[in-house]
Design a protein around this ligand. Structure first.
Ligand code: M6R
Length: 364
């Protein structure tokens, strides 16, 4: 049941500290403070290239993983949505690993893409939330998210547990490849160990988002901006808002604004900026100022330091804990989920069963 919560979606948002912790504990050795993977029928250190395929929110989890794997493990990652990948007859490198991400393990396009990759001689790894699903059965190896059943059509805890698995996978890959030293490995593992409590901290400060949602609920269009691993979080935020509030939203790479979308900006288009304190912060901040200069109303999500730098230019700010940039995409998922939820509440839409959508898309 929903317990004390008004909707499954809200219950599932609030379950995240627990389910992220459950998922992390399947890879985390608390004594050694290290992360390790189960034995795979392929050798991590020999993987020349990775292809990631998924749909919707699971695709955005894959996109975050591309940033993690390329930066830390130094392995090239191709990524595509399953409905495109399965038909475009992509050549695939010998010995490559194909990684499929799916909450349900039953999404028709993702499953078809998996079969194609198999026919191309790839090793198949799936990340699924439903054990004994089709994808689980047809893969060479499986990593489970321990999100528990997700009832809300808008995916929340499945996403952050997918990110948790993918972060652990990226660390293990980086280590197997010899691409990170022990100090870096220790830093990443420490950052991961903090995620459950940091997630709880973010959830305890959701008041600000409820107020901001009132403003956003009036809008016809909303822009979400981010750079680097925050770019997929911007797209995920936009998808959440579209799905449950029916407000048109776009997630954009902050640096792409001046290549077109900045023309849209006026006082009626709220701009949500995802700006953790990382090596992209200054660039994202200056893109934000460019939007403000054109009348844009910015809602800025950043650490205390980032918020202090930008507060004067924004109509609202969301102060996030100051975390290692590696885990920022997991933490910044929470405010974008809550914002979409509270906007939908203001609009009175059916949060758990949005119109036209099915929980699991088993048709092509
Ligand atoms: O079960 P899957 O993870 O394969 O589902 C993929 C998408 O259909 C799913 O993430 C969808 O985009 C969600 N409704 C997003 O909230």
């Amino acid at each position: 049941g929903k317990g004390d919560h008004r909707h499954y979606m809200l219950k599932e948002i609030y379950e995240q500290p627990q389910v992220i912790g459950d998922t992390l504990s399947t890879f985390f050795n608390p004594t050694a403070q290290t992360i390790s993977m189960p034995n795979f029928p392929f050798d991590l250190k020999n993987i020349p290239r990775i292809t990631i395929v998924a749909c919707g929110t699971s695709f955005y989890a894959g996109l975050v993983a591309k940033y993690w794997i390329e930066q830390y493990a130094r392995i090239g990652v191709d990524i595509d949505v399953a409905s495109e990948f399965r038909y475009r007859e992509a050549p695939m490198q010998d010995g490559g690993l194909a990684l499929f991400i799916s909450q349900s393990g039953e999404t028709a396009d993702t499953l078809a893409a998996l079969r194609y990759a198999k026919s191309q001689g790839q090793s198949i790894l799936s990340i699924v939330n439903v054990p004994e699903s089709s994808m689980e059965r047809e893969s060479d190896a499986v990593l489970l998210t321990h999100a528990g059943p997700e009832i809300g059509v808008a995916s929340t805890k499945a996403f952050t547990t997918q990110l948790t698995v993918l972060a652990c996978f990226a660390i293990s890959l980086a280590k197997a490849k010899g691409a990170i030293d022990t100090a870096c490995e220790a830093r990443l593992c420490r950052a991961m160990a903090e995620v459950p409590s940091r997630t709880a901290e973010v959830l305890n400060h959701d008041e600000a988002l409820r107020k901001i949602a009132q403003n956003v609920a009036e809008a016809r269009d909303v822009l979400y901006l981010g750079r680097g691993s925050s770019f997929p979080i911007a797209m995920e935020g936009a998808l959440k808002l579209k799905e449950i509030s029916y407000i048109h939203a776009e997630g954009y790479a902050a640096g792409e604004m001046k290549h077109g979308p900045i023309a849209l900006i006026d006082e009626n288009v709220p701009i949500i900026v995802i700006a953790p304190m990382d090596s992209n912060f200054e660039k994202t901040a200056s893109n934000t100022q460019e939007s403000v200069a054109r009348g844009g109303k910015v809602i800025f999500m950043a650490s205390k330091e980032g918020v202090e730098k930008m507060a004067d230019h924004c109509i609202a700010t969301v102060t996030m804990p100051n975390v290692d940039p590696f885990v920022a995409p997991i933490l910044y998922s929470i405010p974008v989920q809550l914002l979409a939820y509270y906007v939908a509440i203001h609009k009175g839409t059916d949060v758990d069963q949005p119109r036209n959508l099915a929980k699991s898309v088993t048709v092509e």
